[in-house]
Each structure stands twice: as structure tokens, then as C-alpha cells.
Design a protein. Sequence first.
Length: 1070
Amino acid sequence: MSKFLGLPSASAIRRSDPPRLLPSIAAPTAAEIATNITTFFGPPPPPTAETCDIAPISKVGHCLMLDGIHLCQRCRWHRPTNQIIGLCREHSGHLDLSMNTMDSVLTAVDAVHGESPTCHYGREATVVAVGAFRPENYHALPIMQAQTCKSEKGKGFGDILESVLEQWKIHGAPHHGDVWVVSFDGDSVFREGGFKVLMCNEVDPESPLGKKLAGMPGLNKRCGKNNEVMGPDPKHFSKRGATLERSNEGIVIDRVVLNRSIITQWLERLPDQTKESVAILVDPADHQNVPRAYKLMRACISLGSLDVPPMDHGTRRAFALAGEMWKAFLDPFTDGTLSLSESLSSLSKFAHLAFVFYRMHGSSFLSNQLYGDLQALVKAAFFAVAQQQILDPKMRFYLYQIGSDRLEEMFAEVRTESHDSNVDALQLSERLSDAADSVGIFNNHPEWHQGHVRRSWSGKEADHVNPTFYTADMVVGNVVNHQAWTLGGTAAYRFLLEHGIDFDFEAALSVPGVDFLCPNGGNIYPGVSREKDRSIIEDKTNDILAPPPSLQTEDIEPFLPEEAAQTIFLDDLLPDEPSPSASNNNDWLDYPLDNGSTKRLHKASILRTLFTSDFSRLATTRLLRVRCYTADGHKPPTLNHLEISGEYSFNVGDLAVALIRSDKTVAAGIVRVTVLEKNKVRVGQVDVEDLGSAESQVSPSLTTCYPPIYTESQLLIMRDVYVVGAGGAESTRKWIWSGDYGNFEALNGAASTVELGTRKALTLKIPGALLHPLDAEVESISVLPSADQLAMHAKKFTQTWAVSNDDLAAVVAAMYERLDVATLLQVLPKHGKSEMFPYIRYTRVSAFVLENATQTLAQTQRDESERISCFQCHQLIKPEDARAHVGGHIIRATSGVQETLLVERIALPDPCGFCGRSGCSVDIEKNGKTLKATSSCPRQHAFAYGHAKKYSVATPCTNVPIICALCPIHPPRKFPPVFWKYSILHHIQDVHPRHMDEFGVPCDLDPDFANKIALSREELTAFNIALGLSSAPSAQSLVGVPVRGTKRTLNNVTNTEASASGSTAKRQKK
């Protein structure tokens, strides 16, 4: 049969010896890396009579690719080395992982599952592969695999990278060629380690490489010891760029915010898009889908040419600027008709545009890490082409081979070689070896390799971006590097000038230390910033810490009775004698029994039994990411789930009059809405009536809960102009948009130019109740002042829009009439100074200022600088010290401590934390990871929630608002009610009595909630409160609160309390 089908015989298969990857058991060693390089990149065989006429393979440059792949957390027996594989490289170096004796195995088990673990399972494997820059035989081959628990820092990874490069220089470069580019994804540890190793030298200007890269201002010239540079993967950038555009924050370009809400609304205007198709494009769930990311970016590029009314010209211009930049980046990798010289010019254009926009807006434009990686890729392209020109100018070079995509291709093979797409460390090494074997077949038959849909640019069945895809001139000898760089820079400059941005590249790049990788100088590289990278969404995995080792019932054979299952031991798992099929005595270990005899156990079975990681599926949302629905048929909501049309709808991007507080002034301004939130859920539109509904009115209720509708908006800069009527008609006074947007300084002082261009400076958070929708009319720019006309012409605006002064004044007057000034000042967000607000009338006075609110604000600010009298003791205190001071009175009152000199008693059981009286509401607002306390109390003041909840000698009071974890969620607010910490004990007794024992001590609490309400001995001591249990709930009861599922510790309580806790523990045990 084999002969008939042309298949190899069984004996031929047995004799075959395909290369096998040697995985690193702990930290990778030089010997392991050298072995793998020799295995997969050994010296070419000596010529024979049959091969003497064939020209030897010439040396070429190589790309060193690094990436991580998630692992199933379990230990396996690696038979070739007789060692345990699957533990992290960071902490397993001190362990003897050989399986020569049972003692070494038990020591490893204790290190992972003991009472004080010193080692962990590998959550992820770092894989290093090498691929050549050439038209054929360019697929990647692995040279390293090492497991990590993700605790490694950049320096540690840099040491590994340095070792890999050194071993390649010794064992790989002499036969195949040097490494020119080191590529990895957006992992921060990889990037930090890469900067350490690949930015340590400066290219010698007199060297051949230095001369090839001369005359290219802005190009960073730092590299590794052997001129290696970083070159991140282009397909990763399409995913990360799309993720950034899909995000709630979005990007800022030309002072315009483009976020998911805006992009969604604009994509629906395209003739080839529907609501359903747009919802798929902007859904961030499947952020790893390359075709979807590419389609989104191409769709956004086309938005810059839409025909829109003048009210949207500013947004369209922002889309045009961003679209031209992304087009310059994508075309070199997806347009096969571009020559290598044209591709390099396009990348240079992208680098120049990105440099300008980053200088304008900082990380609000692109995340620091994404900007750094993009510029590193452009740098790598020019470096690699220059290196190839030096080595062989007749060679063709393909830019798409820069990056780690060929390693991703290997990962795709790993996940599709079996029905089990997830792998452990041993399976990964085996499948990488098999994938490397497949590479040899695909090298001989490239037409057989169809690629993978989710990795291709287009999403077609095959990824057609390969050497045959490029039809233009790709010979490096035909490229003049500095000319390609200059052409790109010139194209960028002309494009910016055409759109009203006159940027002086020469002046900016003449500053020492400034280049495209270090745009602001000072040796500060955005790529290694510690800020969160908004372009990356971390995949959620079920990484659960392994419990102590125990034999679970599912490990037991199903026919065992229940009694046996409860008493089974390691020696019960296998028969008394090994199976006859056991061909190697080294596969077994002698396990000592209690009776002094031994039993032979297979090493793989020993590890399976003793290492019991409680891992589960690595990803639980695959259906949602790929098919857009979950296993139960649920589909995620889209932004436009409201179907409101016509005059009754208020949409993202619409104009509105808003009340704004800037420094010490409250005034009205015209804004463009960029975000709409209803009940803390982002929506694309709302009903106009909801903005002025009873729930949204500016009233005291707004101080106790979020308004149902909240917005983020941008202030529009308006000019007060008299417009002469046509045909001698009467002149009309109008407010006309100047084409610009306002910004606000930080509250704590003046801001730099970059800070004034950030999202925070350009956006305002405004409750929906303080907005009024606004209609505008088209107007000619000729009525604007001459300076504004020139600016509008530079931006290619031929029309603008205007609002009648009478109409605007009427709207503002109507808004002022329904306002309660005192409450308005409590709910109105604070913003810093602005040179562009309030608006200025043609008479040079401020316009639409709310005088009553402004005067009240000025008086309040004067009062805040003075001291206030405590209601309880009449002591004069600073207004910002009210919470800390009154907290002392409250904790004494709840502890039963009598203060004889008090003028007014604390209003138990639920006093206000600011004034000590009753009737003041309290709530918590969450902004990202930051919590903020809000209250209707006239004495409320701002405080840092994170610091206030911690005891300190200077400020012992930890009385902060706390969400009651025992209460059900309140539907309108979507979280349980809030209480002051010092008062929550009475709430638990009144509403949740089952969580209080007879001694007034809370019991059976969630650990996190118990920690939040617990008090320290030091805190009570600071307020002169003696420890001891009271007959009623008191502050002393919160010292050492017992938590759910654990016995209460007795270390920090008194003897009396310890006795009570012991009784409680006994009752719980019973």
C-alpha cells in the first residue's frame, strides 16, 4: 500500500531522524542554545560528486524572532534529558529537576506546592526562532524555548537575548550570516530587554553601514554590538493601531478626538458599510484578528474623503490626517506594485508624520510604546536594506520579512497540528520540532502552503504576501537610501502644509538628542515608558494558583469504590509489576512503601499525580471573539443599540450649549460631544428629552449618584461677528466657528505645550443635564477675521457654521433660569484656566458668564482659605481637614467613649464623615482605577481615597466611604449602597444580622470586604480608645475581623476578645 501511494515504508520512518528542539528546563543556557542552533542551522554538508556543480548557498542576513505562547500549566517528563519540564525559568534554577531519585522529585513538588512555594508553573513559553532575508528558504526555525511565570524583568530578558545573539555569532553566523534585526511583539519585558541590548552602541559614521545611513536626519543610529536593531512585526501594528482606534479613549490628532463612538458613527456613513458590519469592525473582543484590524484601518482611511456638512469638517480633516499617515505605513507591506525604493519613501513619510503628531499630542496621539515600536520598525527597514547593500547589492529584499510573523506562522502550526490547540511545555517542544520539519517541505513546495485566515492581511484563505506577491523592483542596489528618506520627508512636509500645519523639521531635529525614536530629546524614549500601553489588550486567561498537592477523585480509576477513593496513595495508581511493554528501565523509579519494600512507578505517572496544577482552559471567550456570540447565544451590545431618529435624537458628534467651569469662572460655551454615557454605558445616541428629564435635572440628587447621562465633549472656539445681510438687508450678529478647539490647563498650574495637546486638556466631562442641543447654519468663512480666514484656508475649509447670537443668548438664559447655583457648583466638573474661554464679545468683554455662580465660587474659594469651626468641639480647622478631624469624634462615639467637652453630639448611627451630622448623602465615583468620594455635605472636600483609607501617624483616621459587599446591587447605580467606614458596623447589625455574632463581632465576611472595614490597634490607640468588646457593635469589634472560610487570628486582639473569637470559631466548626 505504501509503495502504491508513494508513501515511505514503516522501516524508513523508523530510520528517519528529524531535528528535535531541546527545550530549556530552567533558565536557558548557552549550551542548550548552541545545541539547537547546530541542530537546525548546522554547517552545510561537504560537496559530493552530485553536488559539486551546484553553487553553495551564500550568506544572508537573518531576523531573530521572539514571542510568547500560553501554556497549559503542568509538569511533564522530558525523556531525552530525564528532567521535569514545565516550571518557570525565573525560580527553578535552585532545584534539581532530574528524575534520578524520588527525593529530587519530592523536593520539586514541595517547591511548587509547599507551604512556602519558591517556584511556579510556567504560564507562558518564550520561543526564539531565526529566519533568513531571502526569496526562498526563508521560513523560521526555532533555536530556544524557555518557560516563564511572567515575573521576569527587562534586565533578565536582556541577558537571555544577549546570550542568544552571542551563540548565533559563534555557531550560526559563520555558515549562514549575521542577525540584522531582532523582532518581538509589544511585550514590555521584551522591549525593555531589547533596549538594553540593541541600543548600546552608536553606528560608526565612517563604517560602511554608517556611510550608507548618512544624510538621513531623524533616523536613530543606535544599535547592538554587531549592528543589530529592533524590528517589531508589521501585522502586530495593524492589530494595535486598530485596538487604539476601537478604544474608548481613541486618538487625538490635530486637536480632535477620534474615539470608538465617533468612528462608529462615521463608518456607518460609508456606502459599503451597515450597522452590523460596523459593529463587527469596532468590536474590541477579537483584537487578534489581523484581517478585521486591516479592514477597520482601511475603512478609517477612506473617511477622510467623505462629503460632509461644514459642522463635520474638523472631524473629517482629522480623519484625513490620520488616514494619510496609516496609508503610508500599510502600503509598503500590502501593495505589491510598490518598488523597494517607493516602499522606503512611504515608510519615511509615515515616520515624519508620526513624529509631528506625537510632538503635538504625546501619548494622546499614539501610546508611547506603539509610537516607539512603529519608529523602530521604520529604522529597522533602512538598516536592513543598508546591510544587504553592503553584503550583496544584487539581492532582492522584502520588507514584510522584517518582524516576527514567521514565528507566528509556527505557532499557528503548533495550534493546528492536533485537535488540542493548547499545549504544555513538552507538547510545545515536540510540535515546534514537527513544525520545523514541515518548513522543509514547504520550502520545496511553496504552493502547498496556504497560510492561516486570521493571520493574513486580507482574510482570504491564503496569505498572498510572499516574495512572489511583489512585482516591482526589489533589488537593494537600485535604492539610494538618503534619497528615499528625503523623498518621504518632503512628501510629509508638503502634505502637512497643504492641511495647514507648517512644521519646521530642520529646527526640531537640530536639537541635540532629538530623533524619531526620542522625539522630545533628553534621552527619554517613549518606547520604554512605564505608562499603560493602550494599544494592547491583555488576553484574559484562567491562571489559577495551584493548590497544595492532593490526590483528586478525578485522578482515580472510575471502578474504585468511594472508600478507596478517599484513601488512595501514589503506590495505588499502578499495578504491582511494570507492563511487559516497558522497554527501558530508565523510564521507572522505585517508590518506597511503608512496609520497607518498593514499587516501580513510571516517571510520567509520578509527575501527573504529584503536580496537580488547577489550570483550566486558557481562553473562555473564543466563540465571542471569533463568531461574536457566546456559548449561550449572548451577543455583546453595540454602541448604537438605541434606534432614535430625527429631531428626537441627540448623537455623538452633535453640537450643544454647555455650562463649563474654568478656574474661577462659570460660563456657557458650544461643544462637540465625543462620548455619550447613559447609566455608565456608552451609547451612540440618546433621546433629547432624556437630557432634561427629571432624573437628569441639576438638583441635590445629582450629588448622590451619577447622572443618567454623562458626556465628554470638546470646546469649540467661536467668534462674535456682525454679518452683513445680502442685498442691503439688516446685519445679523452671529457666533461663528473659527475652525479651532479649546484646551484647558491642569488644575495644579500651567501646562506645557505637549500637555495642552493631550486628551485631558482637550476634553470636558459634562453632565447631560448641563447640555442643550444646538442647531447651526452654514456660513462663509469670508465673514471671519482675516487671521481666522487664513487659518481656515490653510486647512482647506471653504465653509464654516454659525449660530445666531439671539438664539444662543435665549438658550443660555433658559438654562440659567432652571439652575440652583449651590448645587450646580457641586456637580460641575472643575477645569483649569483657558486662554480661549470664556468667549469674548466683539466689545472685548466676556460672554455668557453666569455671574451668580462665578461670584459664589469666588466667595467659596476665599472661605476655603480660612478656617472653619467644628460642629462638635468648635475647634478651628482647615476645611480640607474636616474628614480627618470629625472622624476622631465619630470613632469615639461608636466605641462608647464619652467626650465631655463636646458642644454637639455625633448623630449616630449614620453620621456624615465630613460634618458629623445626619442627612448628608455619600457616594463613590469610579474613574478607571481611581475612586472619588462625593457627598451632599456643604463641608465636603476632596481627598486622595487611596491614602485616606490607610493609617498613618500624621492622619490616623481611615473613615472613607465603603461599598457594602453584603447588600444587593442597586439597579439604577449598578453597585450596592455606600456607607462611611466608621458607621458600617451598625448597618451590618441592622440589615445583615446573620453576619454578626452575639459578641457584636462581624463574621463570615468576604476577605476583601473584611480587610476594607477592619481597624488596626494603632488607629484605636491614636484616638485613645481601649481595646475590648462592648455589648453593642463598636469600633473595637472591627479589630481582626474574621473572614469567610478562615478562623480568626488571635495575634492582634485582647484576651477577652480572643475568648469570644474562639467561641465563634467553635460554633462555625460545628
